[in-house]
Design a protein around this ligand. Structure first.
Ligand SMILES: *Cc1c(COP(=O)(O)O)cnc(C)c1O
Length: 234
């Protein structure tokens, strides 16, 4: 038997445990299952175990997978999140096929997504990626520039600015993992005091979701803990 349903159950358990430790309700934390490099059948196994929200990084791979799933199970209504870096020439298909985009870090990209989001769909949910670990990461907005960008993007039609996202530098120890996530929470609080209330902190992956939940994550993005190690050679 596949281990996907069991792994999913274990991750849900870990989320509930971390929430309890933090004095939060497990229902405050959404699980986004990251299915990049895994095929439609793997996604469907997670669906059969109760999962409906999936994250993808590579546009063509995601579109192919959505197509296969629509053929195999046309009755399913899944929620797709684009979590990879967004290139300008990909914005139209992202705006047409996804419900969320997690890694927006430029006004230009947000403007295109806003213009290209079809009218028959609800507004596209947006998170701004914050470069919380400093120079080590190339993508993300620096914390001191986030307020200005957030105000501009919040004003765009057809988009709904939901929150902040981060991928901190990987570190092994829980206490170290918590620091960047604590800074993210402070950034969210700061924006809130400036009148910009955001309801989402997209933070935490397989190896650090407990730390992220302890610091206030509302959405964890989990791949390998559910599907196993990724094989990019396939
Ligand atoms: C791949 C990826 C994940 C999932 O990572 P795991 O360590 O496999 O859980 C989460 N977020 C982003 C942005 C990713 O690219």
């Amino acid at each position: 038997m596949s281990t996907i349903p069991l792994n999913l159950q274990a991750v849900r358990q870990q989320i509930a445990q971390a929430a309890q430790t933090a004095g939060r309700l497990p229902s405050e934390i959404d699980l986004l299952v990251v299915s990049k490099t895994f095929d439609a059948h793997a996604v469907l196994q997670a669906v059969h175990a109760g999962q409906t929200a999936f994250g993808e990084n590579y546009l063509q791979e995601a579109l192919d997978k959505m197509h296969v799933i629509a053929e195999l199970a046309p009755e399913l209504a899944l929620e797709w999140h684009f979590i990879g870096p967004v290139q300008s020439n990909k914005t139209r298909q992202i705006a047409e096929n996804f419900s969320w985009v997690h890694a927006v870090d430029r006004l230009k990209i947000a403007l295109r997504l806003s213009e290209q989001r079809p009218d028959h769909l609800p507004p596209l949910n947006i998170c701004l990626q914050v470069n919380i670990s400093g120079e080590t990461s190339k993508s993300g907005v620096s914390p001191d520039q986030i307020a200005e960008l957030a105000v501009q993007i919040a004003a765009l039609p057809r988009l709904r600015l939901r929150g902040l996202m981060a991928i901190p530098e990987p570190v092994p120890v829980l206490e170290q993992q918590r620091l960047p996530y604590r800074q993210m929470k402070q950034l969210q609080d700061q924006l809130s005091r400036q009148g910009l209330a955001l309801d989402t902190l997209s933070m935490g992956m397989s190896s650090d979701l407990t730390a992220a939940i302890l610091e206030g994550s509302t959405l964890v993005r989990v791949g390998s803990a559910i599907f196993g190690k990724r094989d990019y050679a396939k």
